[in-house]
Ligand binder design. Structure first.
Ligand code: DGJ
Length: 730
C-alpha cells in the first residue's frame, strides 16, 4: 500500500516489546480486542467488543477461536483469511507469534504482532493502530519472506474477527447496479454459509459496492428491536481502505445446540478472487487497512466514529471549508468555446459560486475531444475551442473573483489519439486485442514511464493557466484485459493488486506537489469512494446520479462513513425535479451547481440565489458539524421522508425532505444537539417561496426545550424540502 497519511507518526521512547505469554490487549476507545498465543504460539482471539480489551483468560488459550486463521489444517471446513503456496509448493501456512511491539504515537498506539511460519522463512505482521478519540481501529497485515523463490498468496485478508451472533443478526451493505447506483442501502439477514460482498473491475470498484458495511451482532436493525437501530444498540462499522477490488466475507456456521448463537467469521480486505499474488523474496506486501469500530450507540455511533477518524487521520485539510463549485459538464458536455465558457464563469461568479470547474473536452489537437471517441491522452489545449488556451478562462475567473479548476483523466487513452499512436505499448492488455470501454483503454500504471506521464498530465494541466487551483481527477473504465508488460508471465494476476498501489503512488505525488490545489476524485461518479484514496483528495464526486430523490438516499448512506465535506453534491436537471428541491438536496453535501446558467429561468435563478445564500451561511456547519439523524429514507416501512441535522458550536442546520407520497402520519422531530436551557434564533428557508430572498426566510425565536420536544413536520407534498438554521441566542 502506498505511504501512510501525510501526518508523520510520532513514536515515543517508551515503545516496548511485550512478553509473548501476555495477552495482546488493544484498547480501541470504547471497545477493543485481546489476542493470546497458545503453547505452540498460534494467536487466539480472547476477547472482542465493548469489553474485549479486558477479557480474562479463563481457560487455556487454545480453547479460544483463532484470531486470524491461515490455511493450516486447524479448521479445514472454512475459508482461511490467509492462504499461501510456498516456494516449494507447500500449501499450508502455520504461524507462530515471535514478538509484539507496542509503539506509542500521538493520538493512539500502533501494536505490531509479528508472526512467522513454523518451518518457512515467511513473516506475517499484524498491525493494529488505535485512535481512541474516535473509536476506530486501523488493522492490516504485512507479508514478507525469504524463501527460495516467489510464494503465491491465494487469500490475504486484513481482518478476520470471530463473533457469536443470533439467527436474526443483520448486515447493512451498499451493493448496487453499477454506474449511477452507488450507495444503495440494503439490510439483509445473515445466512448460513459464506456470503461474499465483493467488487470487481479494479479501477471503479465502488461503483458496484461501497467498500463498507454495518453489522448488528445482537439482532435486527429495527427501531426498538433488541438488536440495534439508529440511536441504540451495538453496531460494527467497517471500511476497507482500498481502491481496488474489495471483499467483505460473512462466513456463518450454525452450532448443533438448539437455539445457540451462530459463529460468524468476518473477513475483509483486498479481494484475491482471480488474483493469486506472486510475492518475491524480500518484498513486503502491505495489505490494505481495514478501519473498523464497535458502536454501543447504534448506527449513529458508527457515523460519529468514522467522521472523527476521517477528520483526524484521513482527510486533507479537514478544517478548510470546501468552496461552492460551478461545473460546466451537464451545461455543455463537449460542446463549448472560449466565449461560452467565459459567459458561464461570469454567471457562476454572479451567482456566488467560488470555483469554476472546466470539465472534459478542453484538449486534443489532431483528434480533438469533441466527444468521448477520441483525444483522451492528448493533453494539449484544443485551439479550435480555446484559441488562446486556458489562460483567458483562468483570467476571467480571477476577474470575477473566483477560482479556476480543470478536469483530467490521466490514467486513460483513446486509441484515436496521438498518445496511443506514439505508445501503443503503454496500455494494459493481455494477448488478445484489448476491449474498449467508453471508447478508451487503461494505461498500465505498473510501467514507470506511464506513472511519470500521469503525474505530468496533472502538472501540465495545472500550469497551463496560472491560478488554476482546483482539479477533478476522473477514471471512466474498468480493467477488462488484465495484463502488464511490467510483470513476468508467471505473475500477470498481480496487476489486480498492484495497479491500485501504483496509482496511489501517482496520486500521492500529485497531492504532495500541489498542496494548495483542491482535488476532487471521481471515477465515473463514486467509483473510488474509499478512505484509502481519500488521503490524497479533498472530496469525491459522490455519483453521476444527481436526481435529488436518489441523492438523498445515497448521501444518507454514504454519510454513515464519510462527512458531508467530502461528498460533492451538485444541482443538475437529473430527474427534472423542482429546482428548489434539487438545491435543498445539494446543500446537504459539498454544494455546487452543474447547470446551463445561460438557460435558467428568472424563477430558477431566484431559487439558486437563495440556495447559494444558504450555502454561504451554512457550509461550515454542514461540512464540519456533528451529524444527527431523525427520519430514514432507506429503512422502515415508510421511506418517503428524510431528516437530519448538523451542529457546530452554537449553530445547527436541519434538513427536511419529503421525497414521495407518505404512507404514515407526519413525524415530530425532537432536535438533538440543542441546549434546552437556551433560546434559538430559528430561520426556516423555503427555497421555493414566491418572493424575494428575505421574505422567503421566516426568522423567529424558539426555546431549546420546544426544539428538543419536537418540530412538527412542515412538508405537505412530495419533492418539497425545508432547511432550518438555528443559532443559540447568547
Ligand atoms: C464522468 C464523470 O462522472 C462526469 O462528472 C464527467 O466528468 C464525465 N466523466 C466527463 O467525461
Amino acid at each position: 500500500m502506498a505511504s501512510d497519511e501525510h501526518r508523520p507518526e510520532e513514536h515515543r521512547p517508551e515503545d516496548r516489546r511485550l512478553d509473548l505469554s501476555e495477552p495482546i490487549r488493544i484498547d480501541a476507545g470504547g471497545w477493543g480486542l485481546s489476542w493470546v498465543a497458545d503453547d505452540r504460539g498460534a494467536l487466539h482471539q480472547l476477547g472482542l467488543g465493548p469489553d474485549g480489551c479486558a477479557a480474562p483468560l479463563e481457560v487455556g488459550a487454545e480453547w479460544y477461536p483463532l484470531a486470524f486463521p491461515s490455511l493450516d489444517g486447524t479448521d479445514p471446513f472454512r475459508p482461511p483469511a490467509l492462504q499461501i503456496t510456498h516456494a516449494d509448493g507447500t500449501l499450508s501456512t502455520r504461524l507462530v507469534l515471535r514478538s509484539v511491539r507496542r509503539l506509542h504515537e500521538s493520538g493512539g498506539e500502533h501494536v505490531v504482532a509479528v508472526t512467522s511460519d513454523e518451518i518457512f522463512d515467511l513473516r506475517v505482521e499484524h498491525h493494529l493502530r488505535t485512535h481512541p478519540a474516535s473509536g476506530v481501529l486501523e488493522q492490516w497485515v504485512e507479508v514478507v519472506h525469504g524463501e527460495a523463490g516467489p510464494v503465491t498468496l491465494l487469500a490475504h485478508d486484513s481482518v478476520a474477527p470471530l463473533l457469536m451472533v443470533p439467527e436474526d443478526a443483520e448486515v447493512v451493505q451498499f451493493g448496487g447496479a453499477g454506474w449511477a447506483d452507488e450507495w444503495r442501502w440494503s439490510t439483509d439477514r445473515l445466512v448460513i454459509g459464506t456470503t461474499v460482498l465483493g467488487s470487481l473491475g479494479g479501477v471503479q470498484p465502488h461503483l458496484q459496492r461501497g467498500p463498507c458495511l454495518m453489522l448488528s451482532p445482537h439482532g435486527r436493525f429495527e427501531p426498538g428491536a433488541s438488536g440495534a437501530a439508529q440511536d441504540h444498540g451495538e453496531v460494527i462499522g467497517l471500511s476497507v481502505c482500498w481502491a481496488g477490488n474489495v471483499h467483505m466475507c460473512l462466513d456463518v456456521r450454525p452450532r448443533a445446540e438448539p437455539g445457540a448463537d451462530r459463529e460468524l467469521r468476518l473477513r475483509a480486505g483486498a479481494s484475491a478472487l482471480g488474483a493469486p499474488y506472486r510475492l518475491d523474496p524480500g518484498v513486503t506486501m502491505v495489505l490494505p487497512k481495514v478501519a473498523w469500530t464497535w458502536s454501543t450507540g447504534g448506527t449513529d455511533g458508527v457515523t460519529e466514529a468514522f467522521h472523527r477518524w476521517s477528520r483526524a487521520r484521513v482527510m486533507r485539510d479537514p478544517d478548510r471549508t470546501r468552496r461552492i463549485v460551478a461545473n460546466n459538464w451537464e451545461a455543455t458536455f463537449f460542446d463549448f468555446d472560449e466565449q461560452r465558457v467565459v459567459g458561464l464563469i461570469e454567471r457562476a461568479a454572479d451567482l456566488g459560486a467560488e470555483v469554476f470547474l472546466l470539465d472534459d473536452g478542453w484538449f486534443g489537437t489532431t483528434r480533438p475531444r469533441d466527444d468521448d471517441t477520441q483525444g483522451l491522452g492528448d493533453w494539449d489545449v484544443d485551439v479550435r475551442k480555446l484559441p488562446d488556451g486556458l489562460s483567458p478562462l483562468a483570467d476571467a475567473a480571477r476577474r470575477s473573483g473566483i477560482r479556476f479548476g480543470i478536469w483530467v483523466e490521466p490514467e486513460m487513452v483513446n486509441p484515436r489519439s496521438e498518445l496511443h499512436d506514439a505508445h501503443p505499448e503503454w496500455v494494459l492488455r493481455d494477448a488478445r486485442e484489448p476491449r474498449l470501454h467508453r471508447h478508451q483503454l487503461y494505461l498500465d500504471p505498473l510501467q514507470p514511464e506511464v506513472r511519470e506521464f500521469e503525474a505530468d498530465v496533472v502538472d501540465r494541466a495545472l500550469s497551463a493557466a496560472p491560478g488554476t487551483t482546483y482539479l477533478k481527477w476522473d477514471a471512466n473504465r474498468p480493467i477488462t484485459d488484465a495484463g502488464s508488460t511490467a510483470l513476468a508471465s508467471d505473475r500477470q494476476a498481480n496487476v489486480w493488486f498492484d495497479h491500485a498501489t501504483a496509482t496511489w503512488d501517482v496520486m500521492d505525488r500529485v497531492a504532495r506537489a500541489h498542496p494548495e490545489v483542491e482535488l476532487m476524485l471521481c471515477a465515473s461518479g463514486g467509483g473510488r469512494t474509499d478512505h484509502g484514496s481519500l488521503r490524497f483528495f479533498h472530496e469525491v464526486w459522490t455519483s453521476d446520479n444527481t436526481d435529488p430523490v436518489t441523492r438523498v438516499r445515497m448521501q444518507w448512506a454514504c454519510s454513515h462513513f464519510f462527512p458531508a465535506a467530502v461528498m460533492a453534491a451538485h444541482v443538475t436537471r437529473w430527474g427534472e425535479r423542482p429546482m428548489s428541491f434539487a438545491c435543498a438536496v445539494a446543500l446537504s453535501g459539498r454544494f455546487g451547481v452543474d447547470l446551463d446558467l445561460d438557460a435558467v429561468t428568472a424563477d430558477e435563478l431566484a431559487v439558486l440565489r437563495r440556495a447559494v445564500a444558504v450555502a454561504h451561511r451554512t457550509q461550515d456547519v454542514i461540512q464540519r458539524g456533528v451529524l444527527h439523524r431523525y427520519v430514514s429514507p432507506v429503512a422502515g416501512v415508510d421511506r418517503s421522508r428524510a431528516a437530519w441535522s448538523l451542529s457546530l458550536g452554537e449553530r445547527t442546520v436541519l434538513f427536511l425532505y419529503q421525497l414521495e407520497e407518505p404512507s404514515s402520519p407526519p413525524p415530530v422531530i425532537g432536535l438533538l444537539g440543542v441546549d434546552p436551557a437556551s433560546d434559538y434564533e430559528v430561520r426556516v428557508s423555503d427555497l421555493d417561496a414566491d418572493a424575494d430572498a428575505d421574505a422567503a426566510d421566516q426568522v423567529r425565536i424558539v426555546s431549546g426545550v420546544e426544539l428538543a420536544e419536537g418540530v412538527a413536520w412542515p412538508l405537505p407534498s412530495p419533492l418539497t424540502a425545508r432547511i432550518v438554521e438555528l443559532s443559540r441566542v447568547v
